[in-house]
Design a protein around this ligand. Structure first.
Ligand code: AMP
Length: 120
């Protein structure tokens, strides 16, 4: 999958459209999901142009990877989640239901989160 520079998160990074920002640094931007699935539902995105976790893990520099995941943990602390518990999730591709083709990590918290996957 090639990177679409007009995807919605690329446009948020370029400040062409607004977001409810939680935190940012040189490696990433965190903001509240527009359609939250839990009382706390944050999205964390790297600044670089990566389509998904696979793309990021294979192509990003060691500095970007370390910086990004440390930033994810900074956001978890800002949201006061370490003691309460939280879930990180990232979708890749159609079967997982990825909607936005810019790598992002979901952070869920604020209530008991139930089973990891919906029972079928
Ligand atoms: P995914 O299905 O993993 O690609 O998740 C994409 C997420 O982005 C969904 O939870 C959407 O609700 C969220 N989303 C889409 N557009 C926006 C936006 N403009 N601001 C914040 N969250 C968004």
């Amino acid at each position: 999958m090639s990177y679409d520079s007009n995807n919605i998160f690329a446009r948020i990074l370029r400040q062409e459209i607004p977001c409810k920002k939680i935190h940012e640094n040189n490696f990433g931007l965190a903001f509240h999901d527009i359609n939250p699935k839990a009382p706390i539902h944050a999205l964390v995105i790297p600044r670089g142009a990566y389509t998904s976790s696979l793309d990021f893990h294979e192509k990003a520099s060691t500095e970007e990877i370390t910086g990004f995941y440390r930033f994810v943990s900074d956001v978890v602390r800002l949201l006061d989640l370490p003691e309460k518990g939280y879930r990180l999730l990232s979708n890749h591709g159609t079967a997982a239901g990825q909607e936005v083709p810019h790598y992002h990590v979901h952070i869920f918290g604020g209530k008991p989160l139930g089973p990891m996957l919906k029972e079928s």
